[in-house]
Write a protein that binds this ligand. Structure first.
Ligand SMILES: [Zn+2]
Length: 144
């Protein structure tokens, strides 16, 4: 996280050094001027680093906003049948549903891939589900 207050402080320090050099009535001695310039350089280097960090943070934030917006738009276009979310086309499910486990665990939607007429599998978490592209759940038969 960029420390905005420290960045403003470094920039203020830089401006004070520049003002001191500008407003002086006497000629700076070479060592004094070198020391002032070293302070100025250090302050401006801090400002540059802080701005670079801020740039990266804004890029990451923009990417996160984009992902969340796309996720929200996708969520709004889904139809839920028997607890599984499908793409919605005119109120009917299209294609295979998304993995309900990954949606809860990662808040991401991974479309299942078809294993058989009645089973699908998530390519992310590798779990199998008793659903198919027809929007029906096909409970596994038990031998009890
Ligand atoms: Zn999954």
């Amino acid at each position: 996280m960029v420390d905005i207050a420290a960045t403003i402080s470094a920039l203020t320090g830089s401006l004070e050094v520049i003002k001191a050099i500008r407003d002086t009535n006497h000629a700076y001695d070479k060592n004094e001027l070198k020391a002032q310039m070293a302070d100025l350089y250090g302050n401006l280097a801090d400002v540059k680093m802080a701005l670079s960090d801020a740039h990266m943070e804004l890029k990451e934030r923009d990417q996160k906003i984009k992902e969340l917006t796309e996720h929200a738009e996708l969520q709004g276009s889904l139809i839920t049948i028997n607890g599984y979310k499908y793409d919605d086309k005119d109120g009917r499910p299209v294609g295979l549903p998304y993995c309900p486990q990954c949606e809860v665990a990662e808040n991401k939607l991974y479309r299942l891939t078809l294993l058989s007429d009645t089973r699908s599998r998530c390519t992310n978490c590798k779990n199998g589900f008793p659903v198919a592209a027809d929007g029906n759940v096909h409970p596994e038969k038990t031998n009890t």
